[in-house]
Write a protein that binds this ligand. Structure first.
Ligand code: PAF
Length: 509
């Protein structure tokens, strides 16, 4: 693709019409640093769309005239950097192009108060309204497929996600983690203004936040007033330092697994922001759904792509059913069952190709547990109170430090009710029966008539949904995906997008 600099909105419309591809859009205000480079190169790596970088210092988002005048301008270098790192086009409009006088079509937007009135919104009156206005204007002109933004401006990112949602724009927002300099301070265009002394102060501030993150990881707590004291002792002028829920920006609660510690300080004329995410354990994805909804295939692929542990809770119920049948145990007798459960060990082992075997009391039963014999009994066994209690505890032990994707029927409701992302996968009975029939892992299912399979699936659904303990139900906060019309890859990508939307990239590293 021919590299091009676009300055006028008409040229943008022309370019848009003539390129034969979707657009990745990276909006900037120039003075590009490694954070911007990471955005451009990530977009380049992600897909083969055209990469468009915009450079526009938006006067509407400055509440202070001097700040606007002093904002660093390095346009020639920015052009070089953008092209060198994967930009196909650079849009450098004038103020008149973005805000043509007397143009009634320009919409001046207001950022939602619940996200914009705290943190940076407290002192920068109108700032987020200006950001929303310019980004909406740019998106309307460019109509990109993907919008790339940095997590460094976390509050801005939340507000722009909200903008895309409320304006029903068909644009995916991709974010990159905060990029830090060698000394820990976040990269920012404003850093060039820092004197040696000011840089030392911001380094102290950032390192305090990074230290709090480390302490929180080990001790699951930290002391905000202690940090405030230390900052005051260094005579650092603090605008705010808050511990909040990362999405609602309301005060953090003790049950929040991931929370946001965000602050802003003033160093001379320069105002700098930084934040860290505090995390008690790594994130958990819960995928529930009925038999044949595609749970296993999808969950395995997600585990592989996101490098998470794969917890197949259904395999645990099946393995236990296998043992009870093989050893001819009368599992209807409470005492007998309790004694057996005391000596059960279920372990998953993966090989290099990420194939996972399940072992019960050292017997590898990966294949055996997929037989029709087990399929027909597992629902009954898994409805026994002692069995459920035992296996839910085992599953929680495996998930103690998080970093896993678990599939089952009660993951989001019972096993991990605090999972960061809950998915309820389902499909029509017809589709699920077809999938079971072509399941290479289940020879038995392949030999059963389609109509019989449908009846078996209906029976299983009924048993699972009507059992007394942990019935198969969609958790209130689960996102339902009906998979009939989607390919496996489409479902996987959709779930990964949802995960990336919920979980800051910084906590995924
Ligand atoms: O983050 C920024 O650089 C700006 O706020 C943005 C998104 C380019 C809008 O002017």
């Amino acid at each position: 693709m021919k590299k091009i600099i676009i300055r006028k909105t008409e040229e943008m419309e022309n370019w848009r019409r003539n390129i034969n591809s979707e657009i990745n859009f990276i909006p900037t205000m120039g003075n590009l640093h490694n954070g911007h480079i990471k955005l451009i190169s990530t977009a380049k790596k992600d897909n083969s769309n055209a990469n468009l970088v915009s450079i526009f210092i938006n006067p509407l988002q400055f509440d202070n005239k001097i700040d606007l005048e002093n904002y660093p301008k390095t346009i020639d270098n920015d052009i070089k950097i953008s092209f060198a790192n994967g930009a196909d086009a650079i849009f450098i409009p004038s103020i008149e192009d973005i805000y043509p006088p007397n143009n009634e079509n320009i919409k001046f937007l207001k950022a939602p108060l619940e996200l914009s009135s705290s943190l940076c919104g407290l002192n920068r009156i109108g700032h987020f309204d200006g950001v929303c206005t310019v980004v909406y204007r740019l998106l309307s002109l460019i109509n990109p497929k993907n919008l790339y933004l940095g997590e460094k401006d976390w509050q801005q990112l939340l507000i722009l996600k909200n903008l895309v949602l409320t304006k029903k724009l068909n644009i995916a927002i991709k974010s990159i983690p905060t990029q830090r300099d060698f000394d820990g301070i976040p990269l920012s265009s404003r850093n060039v203004h820092l004197s040696k002394k000011e840089r030392k102060l911001i380094r102290f501030f950032s390192n305090e936040l990074l230290e709090a993150k480390k302490i929180f990881q080990q001790e699951k707590k930290f002391c905000l007033t202690e940090i405030l004291k230390k900052l005051s002792a260094e005579k650092i002028s603090i605008e705010y330092l808050e511990h909040l829920h990362p999405h609602t920006l309301q005060k953090a609660k003790s049950e929040d697994n991931i929370s946001l510690l965000a602050g802003a300080i003033r160093c001379g004329e320069t105002r700098l922001i930084d934040h860290v995410f505090l995390m008690k354990r790594k994130p958990i994805i819960a995928i529930d759904g009925p038999a044949g909804s595609g749970k296993s295939t999808v969950t395995k692929l997600i585990a592989k792509k996101l490098k998470l542990l794969y917890l197949d809770t259904g395999a645990m119920y099946r393995a236990l059913s296998w043992l009870l049948i093989k050893e001819n145990i009368d599992y209807t007798k409470e005492k007998i069952l309790q004694n057996i459960l005391k000596n059960i060990s279920i372990v998953f082992k993966s090989n290099d190709n990420s194939h996972q075997d399940v072992f019960i009391n050292n017997n590898c039963v990966t294949k055996e547990i997929r037989s029709q014999e087990i399929s027909s009994i597992v629902s009954k066994i898994s409805s026994i109170k002692e069995v459920r209690k035992f296996l839910v505890e085992e599953q929680r032990k495996i998930g103690e430090s998080g970093g896993l994707v678990a599939e089952g029927r009660d993951i989001g409701t019972t096993v991990f009710p605090y999972a960061e992302l809950k998915i309820f996968l389902t499909a029509s009975i017809d589709e699920r029966a077809k999938r079971r029939k072509s399941d290479k892992n289940s020879k038995d299912s392949q030999n059963i008539e389609l109509d019989t399979l449908k009846e078996l699936i209906k029976k299983r659904d009924f048993e699972d949904s009507n059992r007394e303990i942990s019935p198969l139900v969609k958790a209130n906060d689960a996102i339902e995906i009906i998979t009939d019309k989607y390919s496996i890859d489409e479902v996987v990508d959709k779930i990964i997008d949802l995960y990336n939307d919920k979980i800051p990239k910084d906590t995924q590293i």
